[in-house]
Write a protein that binds this ligand. Structure first.
Ligand code: NAG
Ligand code: NAG
Ligand code: NAG
Length: 315
């Protein structure tokens, strides 16, 4: 899982190709339906799944639709179990399609668009950098823009949107057994309601193992002082939807508590001689186990450490 994430993160850093004007100009006006266009563009695995799910006619002739299309490499993360569950397969595919034709020029940051799966929205983020612009749908980076078809448009991605973003941060965290300690502390501090609002919020949630690393006396002290506990917990929550896939290393993220955390990808000391050097993701000095899990009102990251406030960080 770590390597997969790492790979995704590295791709995110290296492969941004926004607004490929040249490719766009060369493309002839497309007379084909969306699914035929996907085939022409080489999205064969996705097309196979669309056919299996019985969605080919709808997507090829209905609409107009915008399809966020995972490429063949991205589809590889779907297990046979997932693909053989027809309900799940149809849901996953519908969660990649929105009504209407949304060109990237119409996108603004945090655009929410209802998908064909009832109650599920796609969150589109746009991160304008100095040299490049990143666009992502639920954290899946768009690497091929604005391929027009007769009944809509296709944006190609290097990731699948999965898990399907449903429920609030609190709903989702309650389903993740490894986050039970963080969840209990959030309830104890009485700040649950801060995470059920419209958001979006990003929570950097320490897993249970992270709390085990804190001396018992410190945890006891936190339980005895709700102000201190609330300060620590809100230092782990940032307003906004933050995705590692579209964030530059060194990005400073303001938290609800008021101070900043640092998005800090690096190679741990003992791995610096390994070639190629592996890069791990950190928030300050806390190791990220899992990033970019979308829910309806935000994003969940899971950390292997509680985030401490190092002195080197700007206020
Ligand atoms: C298939 O997926 C649906 C939707 O996620 C789920 O509710 C159901 O339990 C799954 N069925 C099996 C047999 O795993
Ligand atoms: C535990 O508490 C002590 C005393 O307040 C403090 O010096 C130390 O940094 C704390 N340790 C952690 C891991 O938070
Ligand atoms: C509780 O924590 C706050 C914030 O860290 C601190 O200012 C306050 O002195 C603490 N209260 C007690 C009784 O230790």
């Amino acid at each position: 899982m770590k390597m997969l994430m790492l790979f995704a993160a590295l791709c995110g850093l290296a492969m941004a190709t926004p607004f490929d004007q040249a490719a766009y100009m060369l493309q002839e006006t497309a007379p084909m339906g969306l699914v035929d266009e996907l085939t022409a563009l080489g999205y064969t695995k996705l097309v196979g799944l669309i056919e299996m799910a019985g969605l080919k006619d709808t997507l090829n002739t209905g609409g107009p639709f915008t399809i966020f299309a995972p490429n063949d490499d991205a589809i590889a993360v779907l297990t046979p179990d997932m693909m053989n569950n027809m309900t799940l397969l149809v849901n996953i595919l519908k969660a990649h399609v929105i009504e209407g034709k949304v060109m990237t020029t119409m996108i603004r940051d945090n655009l929410m668009a209802g998908s064909l799966l009832k109650g599920v929205q796609i969150r589109i983020n746009m991160n304008v950098g100095w040299q490049r612009t990143y666009i992502a749908a639920n954290g899946a980076q768009i690497i091929m823009f604005d391929k027009e078809a007769k009944n809509g448009v296709i944006h190609g991605m290097n990731r699948v949107i999965y898990p399907i973003p449903m429920g609030s941060l609190v709903d989702a965290m309650k389903m993740i057994p490894g986050l039970s300690a963080t969840m209990k502390l959030i309830e104890f501090a009485g700040i649950e309601s801060a995470l059920t609002g419209e958001g979006p919020f990003t929570i950097f949630a320490p897993c249970n193992n992270a709390w085990m690393k804190i001396p018992y006396a410190n945890v006891t002290a936190l339980m005895a002082n709700k102000t201190a506990l609330t300060e620590l917990l809100t230092y782990h929550v940032a307003p906004g939807a933050w995705y590692s896939t579209v964030m530059r290393p060194g990005t400073v993220i303001p938290t609800l508590e008021g101070k900043n955390v640092l998005f800090n990808p690096m190679t741990p000391e003992h791995l610096r001689d390994v070639k190629p050097m592996p890069v791990y993701l950190y928030v300050n000095d806390a190791e990220v186990i899992l990033a970019d899990q979308s829910v309806a009102n935000g994003v969940i990251w899971v950390l292997n450490d509680v985030i401490t406030k190092p002195s080197y960080l700007p206020k």
